[in-house]
Design a protein around this ligand. Structure first.
Ligand code: 4NP
Length: 157
């Protein structure tokens, strides 16, 4: 899960997806990162922590980090929140860019529309709630889609 600062949207996306994956009994490795120079090691934005906590998800231990060019090899799928993140990831991974791996998160709900999860950095609690709901919807689709694919693969073995 990738956003700009790795303090508002992507730590929330990491927490929500981890929660759904755990509840579905899946064993996926999930992480998040930011494309800009926000101080590595800092915790998620307090409003992201608060909204997550309202849904029983603790993201307080996350330490923000930078997205690196190695991440594109490390992960099967890279989800970005908006156009800026998409372009940043493409720049950072210029030699290993993979069109299929990098996707707008909301394309899981609205395929091909490249809708964005808006940056709530200058917003209030309502903006963080909207962000939570958008991410939650997308993560629900991801778990259903890939869990079914995993099950089909296991059955075929
Ligand atoms: P995020 O939000 O990309 O969702 O983590 C932001 C965090 C920090 C800044 C901007 C957006 N910033 O300008 O420091």
């Amino acid at each position: 899960m990738v956003c700009l600062g790795n303090v508002c949207r992507s730590p929330l996306a990491e927490g929500i997806l981890k929660d759904k994956v755990k509840k579905a009994g899946l064993k996926w490795y999930i992480d998040s990162a930011g494309t800009n120079g926000y101080q590595p090691g800092c915790p998620p934005h307090q409003s992201s922590q608060n909204i997550a906590k309202n849904y029983g998800i603790d993201i307080g231990k996350h330490q923000c980090r930078h997205f690196t060019k190695e991440d594109i090899d490390e992960f099967d799928k890279i989800y970005v929140m908006d156009d800026e993140n998409y372009n940043d990831v493409r720049k950072i991974c210029s030699h290993t860019w993979s069109e299929e791996k990098v996707e707008f998160l909301l394309n899981e709900v609205y395929p091909g529309e490249n809708r964005i999860v808006p940056d709530p950095w200058f917003g209030g609690e309502d903006d963080f709630t909207e962000v939570y709901e958008l991410i939650d919807k997308a993560c629900e689709v991801i778990v259903k889609k890939y869990a079914l694919a995993d099950a089909a693969k296991t059955e075929a073995l």
